[in-house]
Design a protein around this ligand. Structure first.
Ligand SMILES: NC(=O)c1ccc[n+]([C@@H]2O[C@H](COP(=O)([O-])OP(=O)(O)OC[C@H]3O[C@@H](n4cnc5c(N)ncnc54)[C@H](O)[C@@H]3O)[C@@H](O)[C@H]2O)c1
Ligand SMILES: [Fe+2]
Length: 406
């Protein structure tokens, strides 16, 4: 009874949240796409009059030479580039603060983020901290960056994974190593002003990272589509993203140099990012964030492990929505019932995982951690995600427990 009242309260709260999201003034980034678009973005940055730019990235991308073309183009355009390559997967507060110091000491006027979600998220927070003395912990949560009206340093982004969709979301995720927590930050100000979707930059992305990041994009599309806060517009985006992923992820994994598949995945990840920016994600992300914080499980891999279990649990309340996705992707029997098609869609996700060598269980998961994972996941979801079927703590513990290795 008490749980039923709680659910009713949360549903009402999320309905208001949906109304607010529908009228929020999102400023979607100007988007350059296709071959050479990352260089086009560099010319655009110069045309904005920026003379000094902080390039935020990770060491690996610098070593691979992926930045060379963009650095040369910016130099050619008379823009001085300062390289900050100290970002690591799941960026920490310390890594971000080091970037803030470099930005301020050198008087950079704009930031160019090149990399996966880790580099783009770190750059978003550097952009916010660049104009504010507020500690990062106080910026986490909803709309805490804007308070104070100081704005952010202009941010440009080039994703090199497909992926988080971070180039088109208002979110950034920061790892608080002391508290062993991932701190999500959401604010309209975190949206980049312009981005380039250049799949050719991803041809060297290793197969296992391609698979995991692709499953992250799929999770965004699916969670946005089954969210109670989904709208017509996010439905169109989520369906197209799911179709593109089902048609191209396997090729991108098995034949990394296939630029057409890379471009399609970049587009899918961007569409899924747009969809979840307004419709939200759900329990898959809420649980996966905790696997990342406790065991450093890469974000996409964690989502891929969690997704089928949460979909099995949620299915009674979203079979029709999962069936829509199955029909859009020609998965399951054409004349099947919603229930059959929803099952076929979840089975397809399990089959993809098997093809990509993604395990069903999380080897690092400890039974003794499950209560705290459930508490943190439910807390993250409570006032942020309009999930189709709510869990109480015991249920969440049971669902997470299904992922224990024998
Ligand atoms: N802001 C958002 O909306 C959002 C959404 C989902 C996840 N995230 C966050 O994003 C982070 C994960 O980002 P990610 O999955 O993109 O991975 P990542 O940025 O952590 O990169 C993973 C690895 O891939 C390498 N790499 C990246 N691009 C490459 C390329 N083109 N060629 C070769 N190697 C390359 C990196 O060097 C790194 O070692 C997590 O911190 C997660 O919490 C953010
Ligand atoms: Fe994600």
């Amino acid at each position: 009874m008490l749980f039923a009242i709680k659910v009713l309260f949360l549903r009402t709260y999320m309905l208001i949240f949906k109304g607010v999201t529908a009228i929020l003034p999102f400023k979607w980034p100007e988007t350059f796409d296709g071959a050479g678009s990352s260089l086009e973005l560099c010319r655009h940055i110069a045309a904005q009059g920026h003379k000094k730019v902080l390039l935020v990235t990770d060491e690996m991308l610098a070593k691979l030479g992926l930045l060379d073309g963009m650095q040369a183009e910016l130099a050619q355009q008379g823009v001085e580039v300062l390289l900050y390559s100290g970002v690591q997967p799941d960026p920490t507060i310390a890594q971000i603060e080091a970037g803030v110091t470099m930005l301020k000491e050198n008087g950079c006027q704009a930031i160019l983020a090149v990399g996966g979600g880790s580099s783009i998220d770190a750059a978003k927070v550097i952009a916010a901290r660049g104009k504010s003395d507020k500690p990062i912990q106080k910026m986490t949560g909803l709309f805490k960056v804007t308070l104070g009206f100081k704005g952010v340093v202009p941010l440009y982004a080039v994703p090199t994974t497909a992926g988080t969709g971070s180039e088109v979301t208002i979110a950034a995720v920061v790892s608080d190593t002391e508290a062993q927590r991932k701190l999500p930050m959401m604010d309209l100000k975190l949206m980049p002003v312009a981005v380039a979707l250049d799949g050719a930059l991803m041809t060297g992305l290793p197969a296992h990272i391609t698979a995991a990041t692709g499953m992250d994009a799929l999770t965004h599309a699916v969670e946005a589509y089954i969210s109670r806060n989904a709208m017509k517009k996010t439905d169109v985006q989520a369906i197209e993203a799911t179709q593109l992923i089902m048609q191209n992820l396997e090729t991108a994994v098995s034949d990394g140099s296939n630029v057409a598949a890379r471009d399609a995945m970049t587009k899918a990840s961007n569409l899924a990012g747009r969809a979840f920016t307004q419709a939200g994600v759900g329990y898959v992300h809420a649980i996966a964030h905790n696997f990342g914080a406790l065991y450093h499980t890469p974000h996409g891999l964690a989502n891929a492990i969690v997704m089928p279990y949460v979909l099995d649990y949620s299915k009674p309340n979203c079979a029709g929505r999962l069936a829509d996705l199955a029909r859009a992707c020609n998965i399951g029997p054409a004349a099947g019932s919603d229930e059959q098609l929803a099952d076929a869609f979840i089975a397809e996700i399990r089959a993809m995982k098997a093809k990509f060598d993604i395990p069903e269980k999380l080897a690092a998961l400890q039974q003794s951690d499950i209560p705290k994972i459930a508490t943190a996941a439910l807390q993250e979801a409570r006032f942020t995600y309009a999930v189709p079927k709510y869990m109480d703590k015991a249920t969440c513990e049971r669902v997470v427990g299904q992922m224990l290795a024998a």
